[in-house]
Ligand binder design. Structure first.
Ligand code: PEP
Ligand code: MG
Length: 324
């Protein structure tokens, strides 16, 4: 098994007809570096910074965060690490800071929480920038953007932190800034958000939830949660087309990137960068290496006529069976 992993680790995720996909990993714990590197992750597509906050007993200090982030950046250097600022709220709660709301998924989440707790945001950004000094492989990612002024404010905070740190004698650089697309309004405003960002990453879990108005943790409706719902596929095609036109690098980092059926369609749409849990990288890489993108294009065309995720999955099943 280890030998098989070893061999696959150094092989690219490339289709039979030469379409290359970068496979990065999702993580949030330092202990995750070994599985990711062992499985050939080309970097960290999504570092969920709320996870260390969740297992802590209080808000970690700037220095504590610095120590942790530095280890993560170091473990993956020179590969890129996309560190996402705190995405607390929704289903992600801190044991030492109560956010009880009747509608938590529509509430105080992600960037909203960070902008309302500016000192926390500043200390987190400062810790990340300082941790980046040695290897320069940090990229910043912001969760739950739903408004233009949010990304403008975030960018200003980062620029100010860079200036302040440089004045203090740390030689930090301005990292690339990326935005998660997980709220429909961010998708619809993409061309107007572009001046403030260097790249985007699609959070397909939340994007599916907000497009379909389905909470997948609610057993009464969780059966309606599916990232192959025709509306989600329309959205993903639109985002990819727009990013291409805008010259904006795009990746996808939700659970969808671990679903073989979904990967067939994402590759057909033209997605070249996926981030997924380390454990799923080998099988998704094997899948990509076994397919022909050219034949997937007609399949994508057929799924555009489907009226439900069940029809989409039925179309994809024979192709998956053939790919093994
Ligand atoms: C997502 O929403 O798809 C995502 C990757 O973010 P999280 O799962 O951490 O909310
Ligand atoms: Mg999300």
């Amino acid at each position: 098994f280890m030998q098989g992993l070893e061999r696959l680790r150094n092989q690219p995720a490339i289709t039979r007809d030469g379409f290359t996909v970068s496979l990065l990993t999702n993580t949030g714990l330092l202990a995750d570096a070994t599985p990711g590197l062992l499985r050939g992750a080309e970097g960290v597509g999504l570092y969920r910074s709320e996870i260390p906050f969740m297992i802590h007993e209080n808000f970690p200090t700037e220095q504590e965060q610095y120590t942790l982030y530095r280890k993560v950046l170091q473990a993956y250097a020179p590969r890129p690490v996309n560190m996402r600022t705190l995405d607390i709220g929704g289903d992600k709660q801190l044991p030492y800071f109560d956010i009880s709301e009747t509608n938590p998924y529509l509430g105080w989440r992600g960037i909203r929480f960070s902008l309302d707790n500016a000192q926390l945001l500043i200390s987190q950004v400062r810790a990340m920038l300082r941790a980046d000094i040695e290897h320069g492989n940090l990229r910043l990612l912001v969760p739950m953007i739903s408004r233009i002024d949010e990304i403008q404010s975030f960018r200003r905070y980062v620029e100010k932190a860079v200036d302040a740190l440089n004045r203090e004698g740390h030689e930090v650089r301005m990292p690339a800034i990326g935005m998660m697309i997980e709220v429909p309004s961010a998708m619809l405003l993409l061309p107007r958000l572009t001046p403030y960002i260097d790249f985007v990453s699609i959070g397909s879990n939340d994007l599916t939830q907000y497009l379909l108005a389905v909470d997948r943790n609610n057993p009464r409706v969780s059966g309606l949660f599916d990232h192959l719902h025709p509306a989600v596929l329309v959205a993903l095609e639109q985002i990819h087309r727009q990013c291409e036109a805008l010259g904006l690098p795009v990746s996808l980092c939700g659970e969808m990137a671990s679903d073989p059926a979904a990967v067939l369609l994402l590759v057909a749409m033209g997605y070249r960068c996926l981030s997924l849990s380390a454990y799923n990288i080998p099988r998704i890489k094997l899948l990509i290496r076994s397919i022909n993108r050219e034949t997937l294009l007609s399949l994508l065309e057929q799924t555009r006529q489907c009226n439900s995720e069940t029809e989409v999955r039925a179309l994809l099943a024979p192709v998956l069976a053939e790919a093994g």
